[in-house]
Design a protein around this ligand. Sequence first.
Ligand code: HEC
Ligand code: HEC
Length: 292
Amino acid sequence: MWEKKPILFLLMATAAILVGTGVTMVLPFAWVNTDADRIESVTPYTALELAGRDVYIREGCNNCHTQTVRPLVAEVIRYGDYSKSGEFVYDQPHLWGSRRTGPDLARLGGKYPDEWHYEHMRNPKAIVTRSNMPAYPFLDKNQIKPAYVEKKMKVLGFPYDAGQVKQLDGKTEMDAIVAYMQKLGNDIPWREASAITIVGDLVNPYPGVSHAEMEAWEPLYEENCAACHGAQYEGGIGPELVGADYEESDLFGIIYGGVKDGGMPAYSSLGADKIWKIVNFVKYYNLGEDHL
Ligand code: HEC
Ligand code: HEC
């Protein structure tokens, strides 16, 4: 019956649209960026990290990488705790991105040792054989200009710190981008919060596996471990694993949960079966045919 009263209908429709607009567009401005969103442990970028962030923007890294983990189970398992709005207060502009040719980087800080990043930036394929990420070796040759970074800190309202700016002397853009990578998502203690406790008995599902059978598992080691521990377990970024004499269950724990603060990533997302294969491979394969 309202549709036969055009004026009343018009007023009611307008009111409905205004309420909708208020709830979805106006109120959020009051809800976000309030003190409740502030996270104490989130600190501003240092001079070096800020310089790295600008390299990231200049090189268009965000055309291939996002910097936000959505609150979806699959993403949290793959990348780590989902992003909180308070983590981005110092991002002007934010670099959430929208395209993932490469993986999300929001929880990257602390995942790898610095050395891994230097090698990966100089030649991604040396670390991840099938990577299609471009190489950025020239960043090693570009010196940071401290005076310029200082100017940017002042403009952006970052706590300007003469000591930090002085430390930029002799630093390259490569040092800066690595420092920036290690800062990402590392301001909240999410790794500790997500520490995994393995419950129940860990029983090797492949007891007495043959050398020939393990050969098929070699790619698992090559893809996930060789970059840091060497193709022949000889070590490199990580320690050598030659003759590594671990209990099977300890080895499982190291691979599943990584080594916190030690620069070894967690491999829980591979799933228990693949991890057991790697455990057997690392522990028994290099002993040769006769290990049984
Ligand atoms: C053409 C797309 C592309 C561009 C541009 C690109 N990347 Fe990547 N990136 C990738 C792909 C694909 C991977 C996954 C394979 C690998 O690790 O190399 C990756 C992986 C990474 C990783 C490892 C992430 C992890 O969790 O293992 C880092 C760090 C990274 N990129 C940083 C950068 C930075 C910094 C830049 C800009 C200087 C950049 N990328 C530019 C495609 C790209
Ligand atoms: C990004 C580099 C990196 C990758 C990839 C990596 N590790 Fe590690 N790993 C390390 C580092 C660094 C340590 C030393 C950690 C510490 O003790 O502080 C380590 C430690 C270990 C240890 C303990 C060794 C010891 O003597 O303390 C084992 C076992 C191990 N890794 C196995 C593996 C396996 C198996 C894989 C593949 C699934 C793997 N790692 C992938 C970097 C890596």
